[in-house]
Design a protein around this ligand. Structure first.
Ligand code: AMP
Length: 232
């Protein structure tokens, strides 16, 4: 049903470590979609020492959420620069709270009225998430930020130890991927998850659920058959 496909915006409801970044990277490479990772944008701002970066540094390092106003402004700027894009956009890490979701709904209705918005909920246990996050390695090159794992079962082990397959930069552990910060990030996430699900139901947006306990390749196949068939 190719003729029914239209540009989409994919919103993930997914805890940190569920694989939304890795699924998004696969969509970018294999389907030509666009990815907006608010976490990556935040880290780039910190690395560059921008005014925004200085304001959000503490929140990021301690695993807390950045304020809704700052995040929404950052996303608005990104969308203004991307308005001519016709491909599907994946939101990796946004909206994370109901006020962010409400602000984003207004933005879409004004600037992207013909876009199909799909909510994708990634389901995985906290035990698995903690294992994944504390085993995660990230490329230290802020323009790359490719994600790997030291867990063989993930299918994401780098070809050379501690080296990025894509740009050959050094791999590192993110400062917020340590066990204490991971616990805080997961508890923050759960505090907002039910509210977000209720909000999307209240505005009649359908929610597609995907179990992501499997390897990335299997999850991606499931994602493509459930979501890829609906959008450009
Ligand atoms: P992530 O890479 O998605 O795990 O995000 C890393 C950190 O960036 C989070 O722990 C927050 O401090 C911040 N962050 C990213 N996206 C958001 C958002 N939508 N709202 C608030 N804080 C965010």
């Amino acid at each position: 049903m190719t003729q029914d496909k239209q540009q989409g915006i994919i919103i993930f409801i997914a805890p940190p470590g569920a694989g939304k970044g890795s699924i998004s990277q696969k969509c970018v490479k294999e389907l030509g979609w666009e990815q907006l990772s608010t976490g990556n944008l935040c880290r780039k701002n910190i690395e560059k020492g921008t005014e925004l970066g200085q304001k959000i540094d503490f929140a990021i390092k301690s695993g807390r959420l950045v304020s809704d106003d700052l995040i929404v402004a950052m996303v608005r700027d990104w969308f203004l620069m991307s308005q001519d894009k016709k491909k599907t956009i994946l939101l990796d890490g946004f909206p994370r709270t109901v006020p962010q979701a409400m602000a984003f709904k207004d933005m879409i209705e004004t600037d992207f009225p013909l876009t199909k918005v799909l909510i994708v909920q990634l389901k995985v246990s906290d035990e698995e998430l903690t294992k994944r996050l504390t085993s995660r390695l990230t490329c230290s090159n802020k323009n790359c930020q490719e994600v790997y794992s030291v867990l063989e079962s993930s299918g994401m082990v780098p070809q050379e130890p501690m080296q990025c397959d894509v740009c050959q930069s050094r791999l590192m552990q993110r400062s917020d991927d340590n066990i204490d910060t991971v616990r805080d990030r997961l508890s923050n996430y759960h505090r907002h998850e039910d509210d977000l699900l209720d909000y999307y139901s209240s505005i009649s947006l359908p929610i597609v659920q995907i179990n992501v306990e499997n390897s990335l390749d299997k999850v991606f196949d499931q994602f493509k058959s459930k979501i890829g068939a609906q959008v450009l």
